[in-house]
Design a protein around this ligand. Sequence first.
Ligand SMILES: NC(=O)c1ccc[n+]([C@@H]2O[C@H](COP(=O)([O-])OP(=O)(O)OC[C@H]3O[C@@H](n4cnc5c(N)ncnc54)[C@H](OP(=O)(O)O)[C@@H]3O)[C@@H](O)[C@H]2O)c1
Length: 226
Amino acid sequence: MKIGIIGSGNMGRSLGILWAEQGHQVFFGSRDVEKGKAAAEFAGGGTQGGTNDEAAVFADVILWTARGIMPTELLSNPEVLNGKVIVDCNNQDIPEGFAYPAIVESLAQKLAKDVPNARVVKAFNTMAQEVFELAPEPLKDYGVSVFVAGDDEEARKIVMQLALEIGFSPVDSGVLRNSRLVEGLADFIRLIMIGQKQGPYATISVNILPAAQEQRLGGRQASSLK
Ligand SMILES: NC(=O)c1ccc[n+]([C@@H]2O[C@H](COP(=O)([O-])OP(=O)(O)OC[C@H]3O[C@@H](n4cnc5c(N)ncnc54)[C@H](OP(=O)(O)O)[C@@H]3O)[C@@H](O)[C@H]2O)c1
């Protein structure tokens, strides 16, 4: 795939390198053309670098790492995103005391509102950069979930495949509205990592267990709660 990175910081650099290693064509974009080029030089593997505008034009799939900055603010021609998959990995800043406000509208929903003809998918926001350093090996042995939420099913599948290739376990999380829950999960894991001092290797995995052979607790009964 042709992948464009908007904002060549920690997330952009890490995911860009990992996808380039899987044979994708990656273009690192930045507000500063020299920074974009330097990211490509660091990444190697035939990657290119330049401006965010160039990355957006180049790519079929775009990683959006500029938190809270909308395409209509950042790109000279945001229509170039029409029909493209935009992966939103952003999380809100951590507030004092981890007292997060309730998420009424997610960052991914705001992005989708700004470019309604793009296919926005929430993903890669529930683990720290340090976890990407383990990818794809030995990461794949640990079944770390990447929650993938977006209204376009094909776009979700594309992003799930990109997650799988670099050693994560993608979890189809349904429509974009669910990105509010996925962003809430990121708030929770950051509480555990930082607030509860478990460190950046604390991760979230969804495990599908085998059913009990015998329902010795009586099994699930109809609830009397209304
Ligand atoms: N780091 C993690 O462990 C991690 C994990 C999961 C999710 N996230 C989320 O992913 C997002 C990116 O995190 P990061 O760690 O990659 O941050 P970062 O290293 O600061 O990179 C973000 C990039 O966004 C661009 N940017 C910043 N301010 C901008 C502005 N005013 N206008 C346009 N572009 C701007 C910059 O790119 P240029 O300087 O190249 O233009 C910057 O390098 C955040 O929302 C974060 O919460 C981070």
